[in-house]
Design a protein around this ligand. Structure first.
Ligand SMILES: [Zn+2]
Length: 178
């Protein structure tokens, strides 16, 4: 069965997961700063508005949901559960809060199997959420030309040092298509 739109919806979830940026690696001589985009209720409300979602979700519940989803993607256990709540507003009918809209997208993705492609980058100093578009579904890095190459450079160094001081490593490591 085809579920058009599910990937676009997951992009929203991906952006939500990346409202906390844990990237701390150095690239081209610059350290990635990382940071928290949802630093307060106003920042959350702005984020929701920017993403076409209704207000009315509290900062704490948003962070709780984000933390639980990121934990699950890290392979850590969590006992949290997020029941979906349909809300009836007189004159406006049934609706979902922003939090429940995200839960609904995730639930749909779990039911259709596409959730398996939502991942956190395997690099511990990155952990950027991404949708794995590789053919095999075995993608590990947010971007092959960033974290994939960094991992290959580390592996190259390990193979070639043998206890000797680290030689300068060429950055021209050939990219392998996934
Ligand atoms: Zn990464």
């Amino acid at each position: 069965m085809n579920y058009p739109g599910v990937v676009d919806d997951l992009r929203l979830v991906e952006e939500f997961l990346n409202t906390v940026d844990e990237r701390t690696f150095r690239r081209h001589g610059e350290t990635h700063a990382g940071g928290e985009s949802l630093g307060g209720q106003q920042a959350l409300d702005d984020w929701l508005a920017d993403h076409g979602l209704p207000r009315g979700t509290g900062l704490e519940e948003a962070i709780t949901l984000r933390t639980a989803l990121r934990k699950v993607l890290s392979g850590e256990g969590t006992t949290e559960s997020f029941p979906l709540r349909l809300r009836f507003t007189p004159g406006r009918g049934l609706g979902l809060t922003a939090q429940d809209r995200i839960v609904e997208i995730v639930a749909h993705a779990v039911a259709t199997g596409s959730w398996a492609r939502v991942k956190l980058c395997a690099a511990q100093d990155c952990r950027w959420a991404f949708y794995d578009t590789s053919k095999s579904g075995g993608g590990r890095w947010c971007a092959m030309n960033v974290c994939g190459n960094r991992a290959k450079t580390r592996a190259y160094r390990r193979r070639h040092t043998d206890g000797q001081p680290s030689p300068a490593v060429s950055t021209h490591i050939i990219d392998v298509a996934d």
